[in-house]
Every structure is written in structure tokens, then in C-alpha cells.
Design a protein around this ligand. Structure first.
Ligand SMILES: Cc1cc2nc3c(=O)[nH]c(=O)nc-3n(C[C@H](O)[C@H](O)[C@H](O)COP(=O)(O)OP(=O)(O)OC[C@H]3O[C@@H](n4cnc5c(N)ncnc54)[C@H](O)[C@@H]3O)c2cc1C
Length: 390
């Protein structure tokens, strides 16, 4: 067991950190204020390999590992969690779904433009009345001679307005519940596909989040993604890996907030001393650093499992649950350590505090992660019990 990153991974961290400091840091507040999705950044992200991080070389991607992916997402989130969220949704949801379940022809057609950043990916599972209970979605797809006719609406879709390629989950057989869900690749410009309301968000404001509306949207037969009727279970498998990305995003956000806290605590004087000399502040910093380290280790453990081809449902749920919840605490401590200056936009604390809350909600809430973990614990305990009785 080796807890250190390999030299190429350390180089990747340095490269993405330098990139984020130079190309993103100067604009973070402006993009947040204007809710501006930085399309101008996409070619630069692509040049760094960050639009096709885990897409194989043969499709123009960087072919990196899940651990590499975590390192890259962490470094983006340390500077701008909103940009990191967009990179995660593009790579970890849309591209990952096509890469994992697409036919060779679908991969050859859709992955190269995504990896090159010529197209932006979106992934639509959530609907107005089905988020945690995604299996009760209503968007339907009915087969006709020319293809599949999609009708319905997705909400909270990252890149709902700016996306070029959408992976959409829809019900193809309502008689069998979740077993009647299938996934489709829908291209921008397809008649009947349009974006709806752009959400005005608390945080992650540089990431585009919108409704996606499908009205008699005809999708060719060869754009059914994965196996008909297996779309729900396949989407859950995509989320298993996607949650590792959200865990990495949480670690990176927490790292950025912690560094801001430490810098401020050393500079800010109170009662004639730096506030970093007070035990109350030191204990916060010590807890923050310890929790971030623990979250990072859980995240890399899940990512290593994914790289080894293991089922990572539990490892990714644990990493996402722990990392997102400690990130909320670290971001809150960051505001507290900054005092009144934590409440205003002159310092980065308030933005970390606003951005962080999404992480305990998106790609499965904390409650859902606990359900996933607990179900597994109880099921294996019952199986062991039955085995012992036999
Ligand atoms: C900025 C942003 C970006 C997003 N991007 C995407 C995207 O790209 N694609 C996509 O498909 N979705 C996306 N989402 C949607 C996100 O995944 C959902 O919001 C999330 O899964 C929660 O669903 P919900 O909002 O419907 O909440 P609900 O499911 O209605 O949950 C409300 C509350 O009830 C709790 N709850 C629900 N069921 C249970 C239960 N059985 N036991 C205990 N507690 C329960 C939840 O934990 C939560 O606290 C995004 C959301 C946001 C805010």
C-alpha cells in the first residue's frame, strides 16, 4: 500500500494548479456575479486534456486514470468550484456514460468532439417531481419507424443551455418501472429539443444549470445508448463513478477554503496577536486539515478501486458523503475565521460557503448516500447470518 501520488500525478497536480491560478482565479468573482458560463475557457481546458480526462486516447482523450481525474478536479475546485462542477458533469456524467455504454460507432462519433472541447456534454436524469427517486421519472420515449419520440422535461441539468450533446434517460416501457428506462444521445439542434429556465443559483454560478424540454423530439434508433430497459441501472453505474468526482470536488473546495483560512489567520491581528495564535482558531485549522486528509484518502481509495475495475458503489458513496459534509464544515469555518470579512465579497470565504452546499445535494444527497451505504451493510450482515445458519 502506497499513500503517495506517483511522480506523473504530482506533475499533473502542479500543471492544473498553475493553469487554474493563471486562467481561472482572476475571473472567479466576475463569472460568479454575472452567472457567466466561461465558454472562452473551454479550448484552454481541452488543451490541458481536461475535457476528455478519462476518454481513451483512440477517441482523442487524455486516457487518464480515475485517480488522475480526482487530482485534476481537486485543483480546479480549489480555485473555482463552479468550473470544476462543469468539468465533472461533462467528463464524469455525459462522456463517461457514452464511453462506458456506447457502441464503437457511438464512441467514434460522439467522444472526439467532447474530448476536444468542440462540444459540451450534458446528462439529464432529474425531473421536477423525481430527484432522489429518479426511477419514477416521467419523460417518455416511444418507438416509431423513424426512431424514438421523446417527450418530457428534465430539470437542474448542468449545461442544459450550453450543451451540444445530451444523454437523456427516458421511460421506454412504463409497465416495468425502473426496468423500463433507457438512455438516449440527443444532439443540440434536434427538432423538439430546447432549453427552458436557467436557474438563478445560490452558488456554483459559473456552471450553467437549466431545464431541458423535449417535445416530440425524434431521436434516431442508433442513438439509443446502452441496452434498452437497462438505462436506470446503467445511469446508477455512471453515478457510482461520478460521485468520486464530486468527492474530489469537495476535497478541492475544502482545500481552497482551508488555505484561505490559514492565510487570513496569520495576517489578521486581534488583541495584539495574530488570530492564528488563539487556540480556538488553531483547533479549527487542525480539524480542517485532518478532515481534508481523511476525505482525500477515502476519495483516492474509491478512485483506485475504479481503476482496478472493482464495484465502487459503497466506496464512492462513503467518499462522497464524507468529503461533501466535511467540505461544508470547512467552508463554514472559513467564514467564521474571517469574521465580518467572511461575509463580504472582498475575500473568497463567502463564495466557498455558497458553492459548497451543492455538494451534499448533487449526484445524490447525503441522505441517499447513507441509504446506499446502510442497505449494503444490512444486506451483507443478513447474508452472513443466513450463511452461518446453513
Ligand atoms: C446545481 C445543480 C446541478 C445539477 N446537475 C444535474 C445534472 O447535470 N443532471 C441531473 O440529472 N441532475 C442534476 N442535478 C439534480 C440533483 O442531482 C438533484 O437535485 C438531487 O439528486 C436531489 O433531488 P431533488 O432536488 O429532487 O430532491 P428530493 O429528492 O426531492 O429530496 C428532497 C430532500 O428529501 C430527502 N429525501 C428524499 N428521499 C428520501 C428518502 N427516501 N429518505 C430520506 N431522505 C430523502 C433528500 O435527501 C433531500 O434532503 C443538479 C442539481 C443542482 C442543484
Amino acid at each position: 500500500m502506497d499513500f503517495r501520488l506517483a511522480e506523473p500525478q504530482q506533475m499533473l497536480r502542479r500543471a492544473v494548479r498553475e493553469f487554474a491560478e493563471a486562467e481561472i482565479r482572476p475571473f472567479v468573482l466576475e463569472w460568479d456575479e454575472r452567472q457567466h458560463f466561461p465558454t472562452e475557457l473551454i479550448p484552454k481546458l481541452a488543451a490541458m486534456g481536461l475535457m476528455g480526462v478519462q476518454i481513451p486516447d483512440e477517441y482523442g482523450g487524455a486516457g487518464m486514470s480515475a485517480v488522475d481525474y480526482c487530482v485534476a478536479i481537486e485543483e480546479l475546485a480549489r480555485v473555482c468550484p463552479g468550473v470544476a462542477l462543469s468539468v465533472q458533469a461533462h467528463n464524469g456524467l455525459c462522456a463517461a456514460h457514452i464511453n462506458k455504454f456506447g457502441t464503437p460507432a457511438q464512441k467514434a462519433r460522439f467522444l472526439p468532439p467532447l474530448a476536444a472541447g468542440r462540444q459540451i456534454g450534458a446528462w439529464g436524469l432529474t425531473e421536477a417531481s423525481s430527484g432522489s427517486d429518479a426511477g419514477s421519472m416521467r419523460t417518455s420515449a416511444s418507438r416509431n419507424p423513424d426512431g424514438w419520440l421523446l417527450n418530457g422535461a428534465k430539470v437542474f441539468t448542468t449545461h442544459g443551455r450550453v450543451g451540444d450533446v445530451y444523454v437523456i434517460m427516458a421511460v421506454t416501457d412504463p409497465s416495468v418501472g425502473k426496468k423500463g428506462v433507457s438512455a438516449f444521445i440527443v444532439e443540440k439542434g434536434t427538432p423538439g429539443l430546447r432549453s427552458g429556465k436557467k436557474e438563478n443559483k445560490l452558488g456554483m454560478r459559473a456552471s450553467d444549470t437549466s431545464e431541458v424540454i423535449l417535445e416530440d423530439c425524434l431521436v434516431p434508433h442508433d442513438q439509443l445508448l446502452g441496452t434498452e430497459g437497462s438505462g436506470f441501472i446503467e445511469a446508477m453505474q455512471v453515478l457510482d463513478a461520478g460521485r468520486i468526482g464530486i468527492a474530489a470536488l469537495s476535497v478541492g473546495l475544502a482545500q481552497g477554503a482551508y488555505e484561505a483560512s490559514l492565510t487570513y489567520a496569520i495576517q489578521r491581528h486581534s488583541f495584539g496577536r495574530p488570530i492564528a495564535s488563539f487556540q480556538a482558531i488553531q483547533w479549527k485549522l487542525a480539524d480542517n486539515a485532518t478532515h481534508i486528509d481523511a476525505a482525500r484518502l477515502l476519495t483516492y481509495r474509491a478512485a483506485s478501486g475504479q481503476d482496478a475495475g472493482e464495484t465502487v458503489t459503497i466506496a464512492s458513496a462513503m467518499a462522497k458523503l464524507f468529503a461533501s459534509e466535511i467540505a461544508v464544515r470547512v467552508a463554514e469555518d472559513c467564514v467564521q475565521i474571517h469574521g465580518g470579512y467572511g461575509f463580504v465579497k472582498d475575500y473568497p470565504a463567502e463564495k466557498y460557503f455558497r458553492d459548497v452546499k451543492l455538494l451534499t445535494i448533487g449526484e445524490g444527497t447525503s441522505e441517499v448516500q447513507r441509504m446506499v451505504i446502510a442497505r449494503h451493510l444490512v444486506r451483507s450482515a443478513m447474508q452472513q447470518d443466513t450463511a452461518a445458519a446453513i
